[in-house]
Design a protein around this ligand. Structure first.
Ligand code: ZN
Length: 158
């Protein structure tokens, strides 16, 4: 396993649309391991492949209940609303208020390319929305209400 360089906002790779993954390869298995290690090392709760320079539809997350790997994730349903601080590992030291759905149902492939569905609320729902945005070249800063503020810790970095 190895740490990967996290791309910072302004890097053109963060503004691109990612491609679907069609098969699991050894290279992808290594990428997934590296992304998890990189996310944990940075105290993040989520990381999308473009944040390490790879334009594939792959995200990893851990909102406290263990790692989740999502390949080709799609949001099927959302409801409710939550407004809270959001940060991003591609914009260290900053956070801003973002309104997201409070409930998200998503479909994705796991590391074995098996189809899965997840129902998430609160932080995990926010995290899924944030990470999926990265796959289409979007940053949370596009949704921020008011101004970004400085944060001392990056514990909620995504
Ligand atoms: Zn992010």
């Amino acid at each position: 396993m190895a740490l990967r360089n996290i791309r910072i906002q302004g890097d053109p790779v963060l503004a691109k649309t990612c491609r679907e993954i069609t098969e699991m390869t050894e290279k992808l298995e290594i990428l997934i391991e590296d992304m998890l290690e990189t996310m944990y090392e940075a105290n993040g709760v989520g990381l999308a492949a473009p944040q390490v320079g790879i334009l594939k539809r792959l995200v990893v997350m851990d909102c406290g209940d263990g790692p989740i790997v999502m390949i080709n994730p799609v949001i099927l349903e959302t409801s409710g609303e939550q407004t809270g601080d959001e940060g991003c590992l591609s914009l260290p030291g900053k956070a801003g208020q973002v309104t997201r759905p409070n409930y998200v149902k998503a479909r994705y492939l796991d590391e074995d390319m098996e189809e899965c569905e997840i129902e998430a609320t609160e932080l995990l729902a926010r995290c899924i929305c944030h990470e999926l945005d990265h796959l289409d070249g979007h940053m949370y800063t596009e949704h921020v209400i008011g101004a970004l503020h400085d944060v001392q810790y990056e514990e909620d970095g995504e």
